[in-house]
Design a protein. Structure first.
Length: 345
């Protein structure tokens, strides 16, 4: 069953039909779902014959550059005046894969000032009421899944292999090849429909999961052998990398993708954290399995948020102070972290 209500369908159809200029925007430090949902919907809307622009606050990791029409994205970080002019002139603005204006960082002021009708499509919890229309469902595996629901509901133009490729790429990345966030049967109905357009699933997985550099692989080995710390009393593990260590491995955006998940393969580990020291802050990734809510952990302690089992956050003190704060918090969560994934009710 499609998740888009008749009222939502009617509003979106009206906005697209009556708009001359439409902008599609996703969040800062875009991941696979951000880029895939953005480009999937962008390629769909291009069929309208209207002026359509795809916008990102900054560049995506290199392993996502293969997606159809990636070269048509306008980046606010590189083309600030152009990007801000586009959103200021847009009649309708679709914001995808984020639900709080702060997630576009320096693009936030221009986006907030834009007069166009703003439609949010996102699957993260606790959306901001900022937007004119909210398409929000936390049971969705990804934003791309909701974009598919919108496309199916409004039925204005044709779905094709290009669009389906972008959307399936999003679903694959945001579920870790269906390892998490993918217990809803509707997800697999949508995946089956996307595959019916001739999408080459194995090529997508190869482009996303199997295109690492030699330096990235060496970084992975270093993290696991030298840097991974196991805290069995809390069923937790963490890795903390300084800027000097990142430099040693010629770190590029996206090189740490997936590394936070790896300690979860250790028996008894239910919570993992990955710290990276950046220029102005410490970037933190959180993962869990079971019922431990890393979204709330990130929101309450590290200026972040996300999903039940996957979230991100930031710290604005030193790496050492950040790790110390994290360690000081764990005793308060001892009971919640004592989860047995092999026990079924």
């Amino acid at each position: 069953m499609n998740r888009i209500s008749l009222e939502q369908k009617s509003i979106i159809q009206k906005q697209i039909k009556e708009s001359n200029k439409i902008a599609v925007v996703s969040h800062f430090n875009p991941d696979g779902d951000a880029v895939g949902s953005l480009l999937g919907f962008y390629n769909y809307l291009k069929q309208s014959g209207k002026t359509i622009h795809a916008l990102l606050p900054n560049e995506a990791p290199e392993f996502l550059h293969w997606m159809p029409a990636h070269n048509e994205i306008i980046f606010h970080s590189a083309n600030t005046e152009i990007a801000e002019r586009i959103v200021s002139q847009a009649d309708t603005i679709f914001v995808l894969d984020f639900n709080e204006p702060k997630r576009v960082e320096k693009f936030q002021t221009a986006l907030a000032a834009a007069k166009g009708f703003k439609i949010m499509i996102d699957h993260h919890p606790m959306p901001s009421p900022t937007w004119d229309l909210l398409i929000s469902d936390i049971t969705s595996s990804s934003t791309a899944e909701l974009v598919y629901e919108v496309i199916e509901a409004i039925d204005l133009y044709e779905m094709d292999k290009t669009i389906a490729t972008c959307l399936l790429s999003s679903i694959i990345t945001d579920t870790g090849c269906f390892e998490f966030n993918s217990s809803n049967p509707r997800t697999f109905e949508i995946v089956a429909n996307l595959l019916s357009y001739g999408v080459e699933k194995d090529k997508i997985i190869g482009n996303i999961m199997k295109s690492h550099t030699e330096q990235r692989m060496k970084l992975q080995g270093y993290c696991l052998y030298e840097k991974m710390k196991i805290l069995p009393q809390y069923h937790a593990a963490y890795v903390a990398l300084s800027s000097e260590e990142l430099k040693k491995f010629n770190y590029k955006k996206g090189d740490a993708e997936g590394l936070v998940d790896m300690p979860l393969s250790i028996k008894g580990i239910n919570f993992t954290v990955f710290f990276t020291e950046q220029t102005e802050k410490i970037r933190i990734s959180f993962r869990s399995r079971g019922t431990f809510n890393v979204n709330l952990f990130a929101r309450n302690h590290f200026n972040g948020g996300g999903h039940l089992n996957a979230a991100g956050g930031d710290s604005f003190v030193s790496l050492e102070e950040t790790v110390a704060k994290f360690l000081s918090l764990l005793p308060d969560y001892t009971h919640e972290l004592n989860y047995n994934p092999l026990k079924f009710n």
